[in-house]
Design a protein around this ligand. Structure first.
Ligand SMILES: NC(=O)c1ccc[n+]([C@@H]2O[C@H](COP(=O)([O-])OP(=O)(O)OC[C@H]3O[C@@H](n4cnc5c(N)ncnc54)[C@H](O)[C@@H]3O)[C@@H](O)[C@H]2O)c1
Length: 283
């Protein structure tokens, strides 16, 4: 009886200490900000949404997958953060409009938009069919146009806003067998520069992040689908591609996203940030 009570009190003590430690690392860098993160149900988007909420932002999770979106919402809110899942297919104009209508009923502005949702595709020009091209364009490219267009006018009217797009090293260098994916991520880079230029006088900063391989469900699904039975071997080979010898983690990308979406980066716009374990400069 006594030892059970001791164990219970000890568990409470550990919980209190870990919450204290967690709070020390939060510095309220996004206090009172309203953010939208697309594709927030998994991988990089989930880490960014969680990090932003930990830093004091209200985060709207625009995600097509209801189950994962709700899970992230629950996890953030349980830890004392503020988030709300809004089901949204970012490639569909009507769905994007409905998502923003729902958000704007609660909050009249969005301070930060992270266009993160994206899908992968393997193939060279000959084995990429026309429906693959259309799908990659719709989800990775047109979505940025649809989502950003819906809110940038409100940001411009308020003379304040930050937009961060998820590009890739494929935006800048030739990756083997990534024809459609490279097309889409090249466009993410160009759209970033175009938006940054057009809205600089509206005090909107727009940047993009170019990660090399990051270990997320995106990578695991890709290996399962394209290299069945050889997942482990391919995982190691993909890890070695980065001169640093491993893949990145979603939290490492979230750290950079936080910097680029906070006032610490107030002089940075129109930049494509490599976060790549040395791929661009050391390979
Ligand atoms: N993982 C990597 O190695 C890597 C490297 C460079 C760039 N990226 C980019 O980072 C972004 C996130 O990748 P990840 O690895 O976290 O992927 P992930 O598959 O783990 O997560 C992507 C999320 O986007 C959501 N999504 C997909 N289509 C959507 C749609 N139409 N509407 C709304 N949500 C949708 C998915 O449901 C999922 O929750 C992508 O744009 C990807 O291209 C990833």
């Amino acid at each position: 009886m006594f030892s059970k009570r001791c164990a219970f009190l000890f568990a409470l003590y550990i919980l209190a200490v870990s919450n204290q430690i967690r709070k020390q690392y939060m510095s309220g860098k996004l206090k009172d900000k309203i953010s939208v993160v697309t594709g927030a149900g998994s991988g990089i988007g989930k880490s960014i949404a969680t990090r932003f909420a930990n830093e004091g932002s209200m985060v709207y999770l625009f995600e097509i997958n209801q189950e994962t979106g709700l899970n992230v919402e629950e996890a953030i809110n349980k830890e004392g953060g503020k988030s709300r899942f809004i089901r949204c297919n970012v490639a569909d104009e009507k769905s994007v409009k409905e998502a923003f209508n729902s958000l704007l009923k609660e909050n009249s502005r969005v301070d930060i938009l992270v266009n993160n949702a994206g899908v992968s595709h393997i193939g060279n020009i000959e084995n990429t069919n026309s429906s693959d091209m259309d799908r990659l364009y719709q989800i990775n490219v047109k979505s940025i146009y649809l989502v950003t267009r819906e809110i940038i006018g409100t940001m411009a009217a308020g003379q304040e806003g930050i937009i961060l797009n998820m590009a890739s090293i494929a935006s800048k260098i030739g990756l083997k067998d990534r024809f459609a994916y490279s097309m889409s991520k090249g466009a993410v880079l160009s759209m970033t520069m175009s938006i940054a230029h057009d809205y600089i006088e509206s005090n909107i900063r727009c940047n993009c992040i170019c990660p090399a391989r990051v270990h997320t469900p995106f990578v695991d699904d890709f290996l399962k689908k394209n290299y069945p039975g050889k997942e482990k071997e391919m995982f190691e080979s993909l890890s070695r591609y980065q001169p640093i010898g491993r893949m990145g983690t979603p939290d490492e990308i979230a750290n950079l996203a936080l910097f680029l979406c906070s006032d610490e980066s107030s002089f940075i716009t129109g930049v494509a940030y490599d976060i790549d374990g040395g791929v661009m400069n050391l390979r």
